[in-house]
Design a protein around this ligand. Structure first.
Ligand code: SAH
Ligand code: SF4
Ligand code: F3S
Length: 474
């Protein structure tokens, strides 16, 4: 059992790699860049910022790596496997570079931040290394690299949110978009590399978030997902004298008020920070989706403590209850790590137990991968043998499969409002879309005059573990 099981689901959710479309005449650009993204949605959102910065400087995007003068790879460091994937891609580019003189390769994102200039020693083909807070300096770095120098900027910032940069939507379905509302993370979960690669938490100007969401809606988008490592700790203090700070609940409400036809989602919620105020705001607005991604990581209080998650098993379960009381129809999903340092069989059982209690509709499941520089790497031994980690992960995956199926079976006969995202992958005669609970539903088009971005009422007639199957209600 490999962690690829979950990686695959995540990849599908993201529809693969991100490419920028040509904007207008491809010959209008002096040079072309190709960008590929890995990791979380925030990285994908950052690639759209990078595309915007490069467009302004006269670089056009291309989907064809062969015609690129610049290749960028936006990287992830969260698990060792994520870094291996990037290295493998770089070795593909190496061959290309041998053939194409003058082509430059840039590494962006979390792995660039983690390895810094070391990247240039380890991977000789890399010309440019840029951390997540330094994308504004990309054009200057490209110039440097063109003149034959290696170019590096991995400075982290306490202020940078790219608030004023309008992202170029990459590989978009024209219906749903991600909007970054904050950067960095101030939590210090012991297993996690993010605080080191993304720096201190900072919240983006609320007005710029609202303007971006409004602009998306006016351009036909029907769904925005507000992104941050820990959205519930969003807190923006406007500079103007006497202006009140904006909390996440207030931001959520203001985005929801743009239009009842604009769906609002958000990710990720740290269980310790999601407040009743947020839950009540969700409950008040039909268009704030009934779905919370609430990563538990482990079901054992002892392990949670070592992980520095700052809640107990009971506290987490009380939060799940609170969500269900406030919104009985709310979907809940999770992230789970199997085999963290010192994990015993009983701790693992506690995790399975919390999963069953929470009845997750879906989970992203991983085995623990020690990351250099993290608290866990410094303090604890990575002492659970690999085969034990994998066996526990397999049990977690198996239980989640049962929970997902049960959750879907529970929806049989129910009617949902579905936002159409496009053709179903398997059959062009079917639409695919999601309900408020974030479940994918596939249903026949039935010759009706509908299009991506339309809302439609669908009754659930069947299901698999991963998908609901339905029919349009006339
Ligand atoms: N900010 C989010 C998660 C970001 S990383 C949150 O706090 O929930 C996404 C997920 O990757 C984490 O929730 C965790 O389950 C997993 N993860 C992070 N570091 C990991 C590691 N060292 N080994 C295995 N999984 C890890
Ligand atoms: Fe990592 Fe924890 Fe921050 Fe999530 S909240 S990004 S897991 S440190
Ligand atoms: Fe990976 Fe960085 Fe996101 S480590 S998960 S790309 S914040």
């Amino acid at each position: 059992m490999e962690e690829f099981l979950t990686e695959k689901i995540q990849d599908e959710a993201r529809q693969g790699e991100a490419y920028a479309p040509f904007a207008g005449d491809p010959n209008a650009y002096k040079k072309h860049f190709y960008i590929e993204s890995y990791g979380c949605q925030m990285n994908f959102a950052d690639s759209e910022i990078v595309a915007s910065i490069l467009h302004k400087e006269g670089f056009g995007a291309t989907r064809n790596v062969e015609e690129a003068d610049l290749i960028f790879i936006n990287t992830c460091s969260i698990r060792e496997k994520a870094e291996q994937t990037v290295r493998k891609r770089l070795s593909d580019f190496k061959k290309l570079k041998r053939r194409k003189k003058g082509m430059l390769v840039g590494v962006l994102g979390c792995m660039a931040e983690r390895l810094k200039a070391k990247f240039l020693e380890e991977e000789k083909l890399v010309d440019i290394v840029v951390g997540p807070d330094a994308y504004r300096s990309l054009p200057a770095l490209v110039e440097e690299a063109v003149s034959g120098q290696k170019a590096v900027n991995v400075l982290l910032s306490r202020e940078e949110t790219y608030a004023d940069i309008a992202p170029v939507r990459l590989d978009s379905n024209g219906v749903s978009a991600f909007v970054s509302i904050m950067r960095g993370c101030n939590n210090m979960c012991a297993f996690c590399v993010v605080p080191f690669t993304r720096g201190r938490e900072r919240s983006r100007d609320a007005e710029s978030i609202l303007a971006e969401c409004l602009d998306l809606f006016e351009n036909g988008y029907k769904e925005v997902t507000l992104l941050g490592q820990n959205v519930d700790s969003y807190y923006y203090q406007p500079e103007a004298n006497g202006s009140k700070p904006v909390t996440f609940a207030e931001l959520l409400e203001r985005v929801a008020m743009i239009s009842p036809l604009l769906r609002v989602r958000f990710s990720t919620s740290h269980p310790k920070d999601i407040t009743d105020e947020v839950l009540h705001t969700m409950a008040r607005h039909h268009n704030i989706c009934r779905y919370i991604h609430l990563p538990v990581q482990s079901g054992s209080t002892r392990i949670l403590q070592l992980m520095n998650r700052t809640y107990t098993r009971e506290w987490y379960m009380a939060k799940v209850n609170r969500i269900r009381e406030t919104m009985p129809d709310c979907g809940i999903s999770s992230d789970i790590i199997a085999g963290f340092c010192t994990e015993e069989e009983q701790d693992h059982q506690d995790t399975l137990d919390v999963m069953a209690f929470s009845k997750y509709d879906m989970s992203y499941m991983f085995f623990y991968s020690e990351r250099p520089g993290t608290l866990a790497q410094k303090r604890f031994k990575d002492d659970v043998p690999e085969e034990v980690k994998k066996r526990r992960l397999a049990e977690i995956v198996e239980l989640q499969g049962k929970l997902s199926l049960a959750s879907n079976q529970n929806d049989l006969g129910k009617k949902f409002e579905v936002l159409i995202e496009g053709n179903s992958k398997k059959n062009e005669q079917d639409w695919k879309g999601r309900n408020s609970q974030n479940k994918m539903i596939v249903f026949p088009k039935n010759g009706m005059d509908l299009k991506a971005g339309d809302y439609v009422q669908v009754e659930v007639t069947g299901c698999t573990q991963a998908t609901l199957i339905g029919k349009i209600i006339e």
